[in-house]
Structures are given as structure tokens and as C-alpha cells.
Design a protein around this ligand. Structure first.
Ligand SMILES: Nc1nc2c(ncn2[C@@H]2O[C@H](COP(=O)(O)OP(=O)(O)OP(=O)(O)O)[C@@H](O)[C@H]2O)c(=O)[nH]1
Ligand SMILES: [Zn+2]
Ligand SMILES: [Zn+2]
Length: 319
């Protein structure tokens, strides 16, 4: 379960197969009640959500059911919005908060282990985050062609489905592991730990983690990276930092991509920079075009500078 949006997560897969069931905190299946199709996700404490997909009054509800309740419907769950509100208020609220705390605590523990491993390996790790299609992979492809001349580089790619991005990265000669999160809306530290084991040794190199395209949920999950780089693109509009502040607050660098489209989409770079600094006064800002290559050399120079004092960055003492 995602603690931000509450969506379900299947156990993630990589190209060589599915992770063992034991690693999944939840299982996921779809079934029908009352002639509507619902996704159904259970937490370890029998939390239960329903998404009423075919109804106009779509809602999400949580309710508890005892171990004896069969999914076939021996005891029907009351999924009316009113019942959901009452249940949440009376019984589930504290439990939901506890589950969220447990999920984050577990993630943070594994992220700390990842961070320690990256430090031991002398590796500088960047977590690239953005909305879908902002240009993360395109920018990586450009930057890797340059960075691989001076550094060992590897990439972990996160998407719900397909290996397209990993294939685009491998075409540059850089190793890449694809993680497919299924219904999951973000990468977590456990996924990164497992994917990292499958990369060739990258001692004293640079690892890029391309997160699932989503400007909300990946902000909450530490992967053990040195820092997050948020990429957003001119067609998305200047006010993204104000609308999705957590992501911009959590990032050390904001890269404005697709500046080649700036005149067409009437984008105001200064305005975007002013907005992001309201959220995060320390954030650095760069403008690039993965299409034309403008600004990519500056981005590579920034990354090399971080690599030069990567230990400071990884320990959170640089900025
Ligand atoms: N005009 C223009 N198009 C770009 C630029 N960068 C990326 N694109 C296009 O934007 C689309 C999405 O680019 P991707 O690199 O796949 O974006 P992404 O962030 O990796 O997407 P997801 O992994 O799906 O979240 C593609 O059609 C790219 O060709 C750019 O600088 N300028
Ligand atoms: Zn989510
Ligand atoms: Zn991508």
C-alpha cells in the first residue's frame, strides 16, 4: 500500500522474474461484490479498501473484517461513503496511522542500510523524480553519453510496466535494471536494494535511480540516495512547485526540461524559479533540453561536482 495515495502494490518484478512473495507486505487481487468491480488490497492487519470503479460516485473506503470473513461475501462489507467515514472515524483511524508509520519505518531502515552500502562502495546515488513524461529517461540518455567517459555509471529504472526505459539506457552502453512496480506508484528502498545487487560493480561510480513518474508519492520514500533531483518540463506550467510542494521541498536540484518548447507553451522560467524558492529556498535550478542538448553539459558538470565531494552530499552536509 502506498501511504500517500493508498493504492495497492503487487510484489514488484524485474525482467528476470518476480520477487519472492515473502518480500511483499501486501497482496492484491480483484474481485466483484454487488455487480461492481473492485480492487482489493489487504494490509497485514486486515485493512481493506474498495475502489468502486463503475460508479459515478466513486469512493475509497476502508473497513475491517475478522479472520473468519470469507472474500466470497459471507459477511458483506458496507461500502457506502457514510459507513466508510464512520468506520474510519471510530475504529480504523489509529490503525491506519500505525500501518503508515510501520511502512515508513521499515522503508527508512532499509534506506539507511542502502545508504551505508553506497557509502562503503563509494557510490554517489541520485533519485530522479518527476511527473510522467517530463523527460527523465531522455535526459539520462544524453547525460550518460557524457558521464560514462569519466565515471562508472549504472541505472535503476522504475516504471509500472515495460522495460522500455531500461532498453533505452542500455543502448548507451550503461547497465540498467528495470523494476516494474505493477500497481505501485513509487519505488521503495527494498526494491532498490534488490536491483542494486543485480548491477555490475560500480565502485566509486554514480548510480541514477529513475523513479516512477509521479510528483506525489516518491517524495515520501527515501531510497538511500544522496539527493533527489526533480525534473519538470515547460509544458507542465510554472506552478508545479506550488501544487506539489513536498516533492520540490525534498529535492536538492530542480531541472527545468524541454526549454526548446518554452516559446510554444508560454512558460516563464523566472516565475517557476520564484515559485520553487518559496517552497525550498536552498534548491538549485537548471534549465535544459534533452531534445537539443542545451544545458546538458551544465547538468553533467553539476553531477561531477557532487561526485567530487559525494561523501558530504551522502551524509547530508553539503548544499
Ligand atoms: N521537445 C522536447 N521533448 C522532450 C524533451 N525531453 C523529452 N522529450 C519527449 O518527452 C517524451 C517523454 O520523455 P521521457 O524521457 O520518456 O520521459 P520520462 O520522464 O522518462 O517518462 P516516464 O518514464 O514515462 O515518466 C518523449 O516523447 C520525449 O521525446 C525535450 O527536452 N524537449
Ligand atoms: Zn501512491
Ligand atoms: Zn522514463
Amino acid at each position: 500500500m502506498c501511504i500517500e495515495c493508498g493504492c495497492g502494490e503487487r510484489a514488484p518484478t524485474t525482467e528476470s522474474g518476480r520477487y519472492p512473495r515473502a518480500t511483499a507486505d501486501h497482496h492484491h487481487h480483484a474481485h466483484s461484490h454487488y455487480d461492481v468491480e473492485r480492487d482489493h488490497v489487504h494490509g497485514s492487519q486486515d485493512e481493506h479498501r474498495c475502489h468502486r470503479r463503475r460508479s459515478r460516485d466513486s469512493h475509497v473506503c476502508r473497513h475491517d473484517h475478522g479472520a473468519r470473513q470469507a472474500h466470497g461475501g459471507q459477511r458483506r462489507a458496507d461500502c457506502s461513503p457514510e459507513a466508510a467515514d464512520l468506520t474510519l472515524a471510530r475504529t480504523s483511524g489509529e490503525r491506519v496511522i500505525q500501518i503508515e508509520r510501520d511502512i515508513l519505518a521499515k522503508n527508512d531502515r532499509i534506506a539507511a542500510e542502502n545508504r551505508a552500502r553506497f557509502l562503503t562502495d563509494g557510490l554517489l546515488v541520485f533519485n530522479l523524480v518527476s511527473s510522467p513524461g517530463a523527460g527523465k529517461t531522455s535526459l539520462l540518455v544524453r547525460a550518460l553519453a557524457e558521464l560514462k567517459r569519466t565515471h562508472l555509471v549504472g541505472v535503476i529504472e522504475g516504471d509500472q510496466q515495460t522495460s522500455n526505459d531500461a532498453e533505452r539506457i542500455r543502448a548507451t552502453g550503461v547497465p540498467a535494471i528495470q523494476i516494474n512496480t505493477g500497481k505501485g506508484c513509487h519505488l521503495d528502498a527494498e526494491m532498490v536494494r534488490r536491483a542494486y545487487r543485480r548491477l555490475p560493480p560500480l565502485k566509486h561510480g554514480i548510480l541514477f535511480i529513475e523513479n516512477v513518474g509521479n510528483l506525489v508519492c516518491p517524495a515520501a520514500f527515501d531510497l538511500g540516495e544522496a539527493c533527489k533531483i526533480v525534473i519538470f518540463s515547460t509544458p507542465e506550467g510554472e506552478d508545479k512547485p506550488l501544487k506539489y510542494p513536498d516533492m520540490f521541498a525534498a529535492s536538492s536540484l530542480m531541472v527545468i526540461n524541454k526549454v526548446d518548447l518554452e516559446p510554444m507553451v508560454d512558460f516563464d522560467r523566472q516565475q517557476a524559479t520564484e515559485y520553487v524558492r518559496r517552497i525550498n529556498p536552498k534548491i538549485e535550478v537548471m534549465s535544459v533540453s534533452a531534445r537539443s542538448g542545451e544545458g546538458v553539459a551544465d547538468l553533467c558538470a553539476w553531477i561531477r561536482r557532487q561526485a567530487a565531494h559525494g561523501r558530504d552530499l551522502a551524509e547530508g552536509t553539503a548544499r
